[in-house]
Design a protein around this ligand. Structure first.
Ligand code: UDX
Length: 452
């Protein structure tokens, strides 16, 4: 199929490359010339394992190209909207400026029978509004909402082989599609949209990927409620860590034990410095804001607590580091291991790790931070911090070490060898990812997070 992808950030660039890999002919469109120039040479403007290889292959195959010219969408039949919906400045709500602008720029290039497919995470009600905009334009195109659940670090894999597909379809004809009767093939906007999406995702569907067909509101809510659930799961275990800290219990053992219950599950129960990134924090805030607009703020009032628990972990970690430094961080050298919000990413949006480095620096500590991929982005935002790519250099002479992103390189550090580099062998494991016994045996004062 001929596809266009509007917005070539994290979501869009991965989507465009993955769709080309699946055999579609794809044009990626973005207003950011630098981003497009980089992508056109096969270089993603962010770190995502495996993506550059796919970009290079697909550009070479001729199935993938990138441009700033919206006219390139003329030839495409299905148009994905993959622009960002960041948090509004000083507010919890999502900023829809880019979504609205993308639709406006796309409208003159739509033809009868085209399908616009929203992938961006939006407040419930947005798709219905945009559908009216598209209908009123007289373009003859329709809209579907098809949320994306990709995780950074596994983005290509999650796009090519998703664990489910969700289609939010136009109201007209939706009943017939949902009843899955023979008449589902009837020529209605919902049936046509479903057929087009089925063709886009033919490979995943052939591999038995479940498809959930729904109305717009359900599709929009699936995405935000999935992220709200994941954030709640992390904050739940972090709340247990807070209790563990005052009782001498071990939150990692607790997570293992409750995780054996299949209804609970062990995944996303890692206590530590909490969640960050470009999705979970802003999505739960936008969800709260939207629920309040709808007069149902109380239904998701718990998300404010989820956010508060998450942010408290950062304060608590800083307290632990200061305590480990003898109550005073001023002019003490602290090695901060990690800046990205999670491993295998250079993303520092709302990163707990970077926040910890900044807070410690604010207390007068001599912070030296290291991260395999996120130094450049961090330096741009916080030039006051000292950075080094060399982990040994960060550790040399440190009065305390704090691990805040669980990169493999950090998990595999040899406690015996690195004990020789630091001034004082004190480590605070903000991700509970190190072998406490091994570090203690090597002479370190090891402090877990929510563990004795
Ligand atoms: C998330 C969702 O997982 C994904 O489905 C959605 O499409 C986008 O948002 P992502 O932001 O890439 O994906 O990161 P994720 O792997 O979910 O991690 C989010 C944050 O939670 C990270 O900061 C991570 O360190 C933290 N986390 C995760 C924990 O603190 N504990 C855990 O047990 C799991």
């Amino acid at each position: 199929m001929k596809l266009s992808v509007i917005g070539c950030g994290y979501l869009g660039a991965v989507h465009a490359a993955s769709m080309a890999k699946l055999g579609h002919e794809v044009v990626g469109i973005d207003v950011d010339e630098r981003k497009i120039a980089a992508l056109a040479t096969g270089v993603a403007p962010f770190f995502e394992p495996g993506l550059n290889e796919i970009l290079a292959d697909q550009l070479e195959s001729g199935r993938l190209r990138f441009t700033t010219d919206f006219a390139a969408a003329d030839d495409a039949e299905v148009h994905f909207i993959a622009v960002g919906t960041p948090q509004k400045h000083g507010e919890n709500a999502a900023d829809l400026t880019y979504v609205n602008a993308a639709i406006r720029s796309l409208l003159p290039h739509l033809s009868v029978g085209d399908l616009v497919v929203g992938k961006s995470t939006v407040p419930v009600g947005t798709a219905a509004r945009l559908s009216r905009v598209i209908t009123d334009s007289g373009s003859g195109a329709a809209l579907a909402w098809n949320p994306e659940f990709l995780r950074e670090g596994f983005a290509v894999e999650d796009t090519i082989a998703p664990d489910r597909l969700v289609y939010g379809l136009p109201a007209e004809g939706l009943d017939t599609v949902l009843s899955a009767s023979e008449r589902a093939a009837a020529d209605t906007p919902a049936a046509r949209a479903k057929a087009q999406l089925d063709e886009v995702y033919a490979v995943a569907i052939a591999n038995d990927t479940p498809v959930v067909v729904a109305d717009y509101a359900t599709a929009e809510l699936v995405k935000v409620s999935a992220n709200a659930f994941l954030a709640t799961k992390i904050s739940f275990i972090n709340a247990m860590a807070e209790i563990a800290e005052v009782t001498g219990a071990d939150v990692t053992k607790l997570a293992d034990a409750i995780g054996y219950d299949a209804r609970i599950g062990r995944r996303f129960l890692n206590a530590g410095v909490g969640f960050g990134g470009g999705c979970l924090p802003k999505d739960i805030r936008a969800f709260s804001a939207r629920a309040e607009e709808l007069g149902r703020g109380e239904s998701v009032a718990f998300l404010k607590e989820v956010d508060a628990i998450n942010l408290r972990r950062r304060e608590r970690l800083v307290e632990l580091v200061v305590a480990a430094l003898g109550g005073q961080a001023y002019e003490k050298k602290v090695a901060v291991l990690g800046l990205a919000f999670k491993p295998d990413s250079d993303d520092i949006r709302d990163s707990p790790a970077l926040d910890i480095a900044v807070r410690l620096k604010g207390l007068g500590a001599d912070v030296v931070a290291t991260d395999p991929e996120a130094i450049e982005n961090s330096r741009r935002l916080h030039p006051q911090l000292a950075f080094t790519q060399d982990v040994d250099e960060a550790l040399t002479g440190a009065d305390a070490v704090v691990l805040v992103t669980e990169w493999k390189q950090f998990r595999q550090l040899d406690p015996v060898r690195v004990a020789g580099l630091v001034a004082r062998p004190v480590i605070i494991d903000g991700r509970n990812c190190l072998d406490a016994a091994a570090w203690r045996a090597a002479g370190w004062e090891y402090r877990g997070f929510g563990r004795p």
